[in-house]
Design a binder for this molecule. Structure first.
Ligand code: IVH
Length: 694
């Protein structure tokens, strides 16, 4: 073939492949068989292999092939991607229409209407008709660059069709997974023994956010466009419905169910029509969207906060179905909270088969009056986990048993405590409980706790899933973790494994306050940990404490002080100031679990040591209370706080009469005003440094 003929053939093949692609993936009406398509594709591939100089980014052969990324780069949206206000019920729709009519002074409004796709918002930027980049919505102002993944989606053309396209054209729409593709994916995942997805939306999100585009390419995603973003020059379009027709014409997939209606009656009729068609649509939707059709009026209406005034999402109510409670199980979450869950006779609701529904907590079980054997209404809204809405009392069996929370954790048998302030129940075996392992390890290793650099989520997942580590003590057990063993894990090489081992070694020398905080005792944050460390001074003293005694003493003192205050007397300095009885009880429960103490013993045996805690009285700023506000020029908040505390001072979050100093940086706000009002001494960073001394 001479070069002219070659160029022509390559161009012709690309054109045909794009056409067939469009017919198949956008219009859903293929012109040729798969075999015919494959033959054309292979011919083009062959020609491109022989003449690599002819390969271009928009060639149909170039959808997959980009190398895996280590992270997604941020992309800022030149025109923000905003959200929609929701309307539930016809009254809210009427109110929306009234506001629009009033604002543009019109009797009746024409609306462009379409389904609300239940997927992920993305933006596609085409430059001179060629796909240049694509990004997720992110926070609306900046998203993630997922171009390589979006290129694998066949309903996204790499090159738009049509001549005289705007130079820059931004398409907005949603990536989703068609129900049929979702079901097929789950069958394949199950067959491979891999995790299945709860619903198409999660599957689409998981697939789009893959660092390796080959994984995304293996998942069938679809893109539906619903509007234009930044587009220059703006094409001659002055209605929303024309915008959608234009997007359709240049080769993207838009909702077939779109329509144009007049007034509230038109909107509500459309809502009912789509509601009835919902189950038969090939994709999940969670409502319909109404947009003022006239683009000039759209501009005139503009935006309030983060949503347009010219559009609204009319959401479908949560779907409901009835089922029978086979049993009430108790699940232990990552943080140790116990959640009662109704095990149900499988029921199809909101597009998925539900076998479990959360009952949230014991109060909810009582309020909804749910028992084993009850017939219940199960509700599922959008992406939210299914819940038991109510019991069908008429169908209650004659005899039912009242549900009680277990006294022992169903996973690790540690004692269960009730957290009054949150009406929650928690397992107290935090350091040991298999349900809480990952959380416990991550918290233990975190920067403000033992500060083990490199021990992040990915590594902890692997260590726990492979059974290499169960408790924080195992981290320091030379038999459990070695450079060799770590280097054998995913995303780890010898160098990074050595770094983790070195970080572990370094973390062995810590402070008592950090160590107490690292134990992850419920209610014990950094502040409480510091108070405990200061009060007890050593780990042994803390472990030997008689908590029942301390709690009784605390409660006695609190009552005493209430009386003293009533008499106008100064309150006594309370025992363990800053720690209330609920926190003390949580600490008591934690140390009462043999399991937890065994882990602490092991930690010490594996060489974890602490500097003895300096008592507060020793520093030069002892008894002084500071409040930090604004940005200091040299010190970070954390540094300033650490230095004040090292000198025996206390840092508080709010200004009161008891505050000794307010250290103010730039953009200090209301705290500074309050300090002035109360006559509290105010200083800048320099003043603080002088006070701290050398
Ligand atoms: S129009 C100013 N049309 O819903 C925003 N959005 O709640 C205009 N969505 O993240 C958006 N289907 O991604 C529009 N047919 C549709 C939609 C739709 C789904 C999403 C959109 C946005 C969210 C807003």
């Amino acid at each position: 073939m001479n070069s002219g003929a070659l160029l022509e053939r390559v161009a012709r093949l690309r054109e045909q492949l794009e056409l067939h692609n469009h017919r198949y993936y956008v219009l859903d009406s293929p012109l040729v068989s798969d075999a015919e398509y494959d033959a054309l594709f292979r011919e083009l591939q062959q020609l491109e292999t022989e003449h690599p100089e002819l390969i271009s980014a928009d060639s149909p052969t170039q959808r997959v092939g980009a190398a895996p990324l280590s992270e997604f780069a941020p992309i800022s949206h030149r025109q923000p991607m905003l959200s929609l206000n929701n309307a539930f019920g016809s009254e809210e729709v009427e109110a929306f229409d009234r506001r629009v009519r009033d604002a543009v002074a019109a009797e009746e409004i024409e609306y462009a209407v379409e389904p609300k796709f239940d997927g992920l918002a993305v933006s596609l930027v085409y430059e001179d008709g060629v796909l240049a980049r694509g990004a997720t919505r992110g926070d609306g102002y900046s998203g993630e660059d997922v171009t390589a993944n979006l290129r694998t989606i066949r309903s996204i053309p790499l090159r738009l069709s049509g001549s005289s396209l705007p130079q820059v054209l931004e398409i907005r729409g949603e990536v989703l997974m068609l129900r049929a593709d979702f079901e097929q994916l789950n069958r394949e995942q199950a067959a491979r023994g891999e995790k299945t997805f709860v619903n198409p939306r999660n599957a689409a999100a998981g697939s789009l956010r893959q660092l390796d585009p080959r994984v995304t390419a293996g998942r069938r995603l679809t893109f539906f466009a619903y509007g234009l973003g930044l587009t220059e020059p703006w094409p001659r379009l002055d209605r929303q419905s024309q915008v959608i027709d234009f997007i359709d014409k240049i080769g993207l997939r838009v909702a077939r169910e779109r329509d144009r209606v007049r007034g509230v009656s038109g909107l509500l009729a459309y809502y009912r029509r789509i509601g009835e068609a919902r189950a038969k649509l090939p994709y999940d939707i969670d409502g319909v969207v109404y947009k003022v059709d006239n683009l000039l009026w759209q501009q005139q209406l503009g935006y309030v906060s983060r949503a347009p005034r010219f559009a609204v999402a009319h959401k479908f109510p949560a779907e409901e179905a009835t089922s029978v409670v086979l049993g009430i199980d108790v699940q232990v979450g990552r943080t140790g909270v116990l959640t009662p869950v109704a095990r149900l006779q499988p029921v199809f609701v909101g597009g998925v088969t539900v076998t479990n529904a959360t009952l949230h907590n014991l109060d909810q079980v009582r309020a909804k009056d749910v028992h084993e054997g009850d017939t219940v209404v199960v509700r599922r809204a959008g992406d939210v986990i299914p819940e038991v809405a109510r019991v069908v009392i008429d169908k209650r069996p004659e005899q039912v048993r009242r549900f009680e929370m277990p006294e022992q954790c169903p996973v690790c048998q540690s004692r269960v405590e009730r957290i009054e302030s949150e009406s929650a129940y928690r397992c107290t075996g935090g350091l040991y409980c298999p349900a809480q392992r990952k959380q416990a390890l991550l918290h233990f290793a975190s920067r403000r706790a033992m500060d083990i650099e490199g021990l992040g989520e990915k590594l902890v997942d692997q260590l726990v899933d492979r059974g290499m580590v169960a408790t924080p003590a195992d981290l320091y057990d030379g038999g459990c973790l070695t450079v060799e063993k770590l280097a054998g894990l995913e995303r780890m090489a010898t160098k990074s494994a050595e770094n983790v081992i070195a970080a572990l070694d370094k973390s062995r020398r810590s402070t008592l306050a950090r160590f107490i905080y690292a134990l992850g005792i419920y209610h014990v944050g950094e502040e409480v940990a510091k108070i405990l460390a200061r009060h007890f001074g050593t780990l042994d003293a803390l472990l030997a404490a008689d908590w029942e005694d301390l709690i009784a003493e605390k409660e006695r003192l609190q009552k005493e002080n209430t009386k003293r205050r009533a008499k106008g007397l100064e309150a006594e300095e309370p025992l363990l100031a800053g720690i209330g009885p609920e926190i003390m009880r949580s600490v008591a429960n934690f140390f009462a679990q043999r399991h937890n103490c065994d882990v602490i013993d092991d930690l010490v045996r594996h060489g974890v040591t602490f500097e003895t805690e300096g008592r507060a009285e020793s520093g030069g700023l002892s008894g002084r209370t500071f409040v930090l506000t604004g940005t200091l020029p040299g010190l970070s908040r954390d540094e300033a706080k650490a230095r004040i505390e090292a000198a025996g001072g206390k840092v508080s979050g709010s200004v009161s009469k008891k505050t000794d100093y307010v250290v103010a940086g730039s953009e200090a706000g209301s705290k500074l005003d309050k300090a002035r009002a109360l006559g509290v001494r105010v200083m800048d960073e320099q003043g603080l440094l002088e006070l701290l001394g050398p």
